[in-house]
Design a protein around this ligand. Structure first.
Ligand code: F6R
Length: 355
């Protein structure tokens, strides 16, 4: 059941402290600060030269984040929309691991890409929520994200679990003894809980509901979160929403910005990125757009943002987990005010088994 929540989506959003804890349980040793992904074969790790991620929708956005983390760790990594993977001849020389990220493990596009990769001789890994799913069975190995059953069509806790699992894989690959990261992983469930307890996303949704469109901007690790925030908004509210890299706005989308198009800006990521994103925020503000800043430094957006959705400070890899929770709540409360059938949006299915 929904355990007292109006929708499975809200219940699953609130299950995220537990979900992110489960994602690393037994995989991260706090004593000696090491990471062991038992399902990630040592042989695979030793022979790994490059990683290609495939996924769809929300899971694709998780791959964008995972690929960025691996690149920062010195592992060449690319993210592909699964349905596009087979349209290119992507070289899969020795040492290529193709990672399929799929909550259900049954998404036809993702399975097709993994089969292509298998056929081309690549090593394949499934990162999935469902034990015994097709992806888990057909890949050389599987890592389970352990989010627990997700009923709502819109993916929420499974995305958080994917983020944490991919961050842990990135750390494990880099011979994970990154103490600050491990400490932040340990604190993450409590921080997610804090965001849930204190979020004012409902009030912000009340202020903004009825807008012409919603734009989401972010840089670096927050770019996939901007895309995910917009996808969640469009799926469950049926309102127009788009995500952009913050710097791209001025190259075209800015033409759409008016006083009826709120811009949700992910303002995190160190001084340099923050400063640049704030300059993009000022550009939309000059066009009269209501600005929502999602930030771990509310003082830094003082006088720039109309509304602030605050997140606690954490390791830079994990800030996107926290900011995403605020965007989930913003989408949820907006859809709620519009009286949408949140758990079963029109035209969508939980598991898409056609290509
Ligand atoms: C978005 C959503 C979809 C799925 C996509 C992939 O809320 O649920 O975009 O993320 O269909 O599904 P999985 O992860 O099961 O492969």
């Amino acid at each position: 059941g929904k355990s007292g929540y109006d929708h499975f989506m809200l219940k699953e959003i609130y299950e995220q402290p537990q979900a992110v804890r489960q994602a690393t349980r037994g995989r991260v040793s706090e004593l000696d600060g090491t990471i062991e992904l038992t399902a990630f074969p040592t042989a695979m790790r030793n022979e790994l030269d490059r990683v290609q991620f495939v996924g769809c929708g929300t899971s694709y956005y998780a791959t964008r984040y995972g690929a960025a983390l691996l690149r920062e760790r010195g592992v060449p990594a690319q993210a592909f929309v699964a349905s596009e993977y087979g349209t290119e001849r992507v070289p899969t020389e020795d040492g290529t691991v193709v990672v399929g990220v799929t909550q259900s493990g049954e998404t036809a596009d993702t399975l097709a890409a993994l089969r292509d990769a298998n056929g081309a001789g690549a090593t394949t890994l499934a990162v999935t929520n469902v034990v015994g799913s097709s992806a888990a069975r057909e890949c050389d190995a599987a890592v389970y994200v352990r989010a627990g059953p997700e009923i709502s069509v819109a993916a929420t806790k499974s995305f958080a679990s994917q983020q944490v699992t991919l961050a842990t894989i990135a750390s494990a690959l880099a011979d994970g003894t990154d103490r600050p990261f491990l400490e932040s992983i340990r604190d993450l469930p409590a921080q997610v809980q804090r965001v849930l307890d204190r979020s004012n996303a409902r009030d912000v949704a009340e202020e903004l509901v009825g807008a012409d469109a919603y734009f989401f901007i972010g840089r670096g690790y927050q770019h996939p979160v901007a895309l995910e925030g917009a996808l969640k908004m469009k799926e469950i509210t049926y309102e127009h929403a788009e995500g952009f890299p913050a710097g791209e706005l001025k190259h075209g989308p800015l033409a759409l910005v008016t006083d009826r198009t709120p811009v949700v800006a992910l303002v995190t990521g160190g001084d340099d990125l923050v400063e640049k994103t704030l300059s993009n925020v000022r550009e939309v503000e000059a066009r009269g757009a209501p600005v929502v800043a999602v930030t771990d430094d509310p003082d830094g957006v003082d006088g720039v943002a109309d509304h602030v959705l605050e997140v606690p400070e954490t390791h830079r890899y994990l800030v996107p987990v926290l900011t995403n929770v605020q965007l989930q709540l913003l989408a949820y409360w907006t859809a709620n005010l519009l009286d949408r059938p949140i758990d079963k949006p029109r035209n969508l299915a939980k598991s898409v088994t056609v290509e």
